[in-house]
Design a protein. Structure first.
Length: 289
């Protein structure tokens, strides 16, 4: 599938993204809903939720099942890929995933929050040895040594791919259960990464039990820092700065849910998803005149 064009690209299939995609389809727009993992793995872990109106004492998985079924009944195009970068263009945004390119007239960011703090040095070395996408950047490290730090099992495929082209791959799984074996060239390391060091380029990863000399470090989280997906996006602290209509500083880009800040609650996420998509539709309508 290549070069697909949509009215609205919704990045993230948690409560905020599903809500935006649902109303977008009800309003007859072409919606691409990007979700690279299980819909809100975070919420799927919730034992009991008892503060969402109309769904008393529901489990996290039970709630997500209902949200997903309701949204998918309206047939948005669900794309099980991770959006790595969004490039604003004249009339269209171009969205890159590790395997495809898509185009959309507007974008709604519903990526949730980055659940781990960034490593010391991570921001400074982004693009100078730090990457969030092995498929995109792996070839720069052919015959070199790299580390992969992963908070999801998705990182195993990325590390295996790097194992085919790099000299040594040190895989640091930060989740349970940890893999016990991987392809040759990939070493599983049980250690906690602490910081990234180097001069102009990454040179080493410092962990709690020593250090690893590497040329590149790939970091896999469920959600990446959002400013890396869309450079130039204005933040307020760690979250996306939005107006009451959920617009951001970039025309045609909206945001909703946890990625816009507290309270980190489902009702806020679904409500903001609705406001964001209505604002995006308003923007499209105005442009069409
Ligand atoms: C254990 C637990 C219990 C909770 N209990 C409650 C509760 O009782 N009541 C309540 O109101 N709230 C509760 N919450 C909070 C609630 O889960 C969040 O507020 C809500 O899930 C936010 O929804 P969201 O759509 O903004 O983000 P998320 O649910 O985090 O969804 C974001 C989605 O985007 C996807 N994604 C991220 N980046 C990309 C990308 N680049 N490309 C493609 N997909 C991407 C992720 O895989 C994820 O599925 C709880 C949270 C936890 C962890």
């Amino acid at each position: 599938m290549e070069d697909q064009k949509f009215d609205i690209a919704v990045i993230g299939g948690g409560p905020a993204g599903l809500s935006a995609a649902l109303t977008g389809r009800v309003r007859n727009k072409q919606i691409a809903l990007f979700e690279h993992m299980n819909h809100s793995e975070k919420l799927q872990k919730a034992h009991i939720i008892d503060n969402y109106l109309g769904m008393p004492k529901i489990t996290g998985p039970g709630m997500m099942q209902q949200f997903v079924a309701h949204c998918m009944a309206h047939q948005p195009t669900l794309i099980k890929e991770k959006v790595v970068t969004v490039f604003p263009g004249e009339d269209m945004f171009t969205l890159l995933t590790p395997v495809n390119t898509y185009e959309a007239r507007t974008v709604i960011l519903t990526t949730g929050v980055v659940s781990t703090t960034l490593f010391k040095g991570e921001k400074a070395f982004l693009g100078r040895g730090v990457s969030y996408c092995a498929t995109c950047d792996g070839m720069f490290y052919r015959e070199k040594d790299v580390a992969v730090i992963s908070y999801t099992s998705e990182g195993e495929q990325e590390a295996e791919y790097l194992g085919e082209i790099c000299r040594n791959v040190f895989y640091f799984p930060q989740y349970k259960p940890q893999p016990t074996a991987m392809r040759s060239g990939v070493s599983i390391i049980t250690a906690r990464p602490c910081s990234i060091e180097g001069d102009t380029q990454v040179e080493k990863l410092i962990v709690d039990q020593g250090e690893y000399k590497v040329n590149g470090i790939f970091i896999m989280r469920q959600s990446d820092p959002v400013e890396n997906i869309l450079p130039g996006l204005e933040l307020e602290g760690e979250v996306i700065k939005v107006n009451r209509d959920m617009s951001t500083n970039i025309p045609g880009v909206y945001a909703a849910g946890d990625c816009t800040g507290k309270p980190w609650q489902i009702a806020k996420a679904t409500g903001e998803g609705l406001v964001a998509v209505l604002s995006a539709i308003n923007y499209l309508d105005k442009k069409a005149k």
